[in-house]
Design a protein around this ligand. Sequence first.
Ligand SMILES: [Zn+2]
Length: 467
Amino acid sequence: MMARVTEDQAEPAALPPRPPYALRGRLLTPIAAGGTHHEPDGVVVVDDAGLIAHVGGWAAWDAAGRPGRASGAVHDVRPWLILPGLVDLHAHLPQIPNSGLGSGLHLLDWLERYIFPLERSFDAATASVVAPAAFAAMARAGTTTAVLYGAAWPDSLEAAFAVAERHGIRAVIGKVMMDRFTYRDLPPERRLDTELRESAELCERWHGRDGGRLMYAFSPRFAVSCTAELLRESADLARSTGAYWQTHLSEDRNELAEVARLFPDARDYLDVYDRAGALGPRTILAHAIHLSDREIARLAETGSRIAHCPESNLFLASGAMRLARYRAAGLIVGLGSDVAAGPSLSIFSVMRAGAYTHDLIRVTSEPGGAGGMPSFGPLDWLRLGTLDGARALGIDDRIGSLEPGKEADLIVIDHALTAPLPGLEVSSPEQLVSRLVFRSHPAMVRGAWVRGRLLPADPPEGGPVGP
Ligand SMILES: [Zn+2]
């Protein structure tokens, strides 16, 4: 994690831990107005509040008298790449220890065999051991914003939020809510009130903490685990508090059949959530694979957000989400790792799975090849994993790209590690990102910052972590 400090040797020769500073390196970012900004020798200036004061080419900035520099040192990370931090729209904190286990099972069996026992044992003590390791692993993967489900136990959520507050990651977290198909040992008549009360208390304590860096999401697991009352009342709570509402939608065929059995009056899966008044721009729905045209149109009409989790969908053989179809319908879609149904915390790995999935749909859905369907290039995937994730959360005015006035959520990457042979480097933006996506290296992310503050990325001491 060493970088040169070329001038003002006030800082030690390391990545800057806190603002203000300027980072000099190869710079690449999507731009909110469209397109990509690439500077082979660029600079990002972070002011003392952790906001981006300037982004541009090094030579022009230097010649202009280094505007916005304040008193910070210049840290030279060349030839590394500077990118916006990645946004993981969907992951499960308690499940991380079982990542990569249980392939070949369908969703409902996998939940009972691999996940419910793990979540059941995720108490506060376990959370306070797993969460620091998890947030460090996310920083090493380049994730600066994570949208997470916790377990059912409120004190484990307290612990997770407290760790996130100390660590510095930007996080949306929610207690998983279940008042049927649950691992909680509560009499049925007490489940609904308990779930609502515990979630409301957590939301009140944590939503908006640290100037909005920490946020709350009411998180019913999915329709199979929830009564109509829990869905409706949790959506009411999200609306009245301004928090998010997140759940799973249409992931697996067996799940769809179970939802149809449990909610016989609903016209389709989405209608279960629609009847609860739960759709809208603060709602994040994961997977959304097996949808009818009606459901897609209704999602677009309500402005609901989609967390596309292609690596998870391949791992559990759930299906292939039609990304091009959804984008053509106007849906706002970001990327989710869905750990531990997704085996990796890396959003670059999710991009790779998404690209393969999309290309397979293209070549198999149209006779004679992929004529009419758009292709998504590496820069499209980078945008999906950064700025589009921020849009899905409604915070793209604050994060998601390297543009002046935004909060400095950024990462640096040693892209030389992605070369197939030493020294075989590329330089165009498309080729650089293509290597990050298709030849990701686990050590390529060398630093991650939120609001200009370096996130701890080293595994905590003390050996293996797990419940
Ligand atoms: Zn999930």
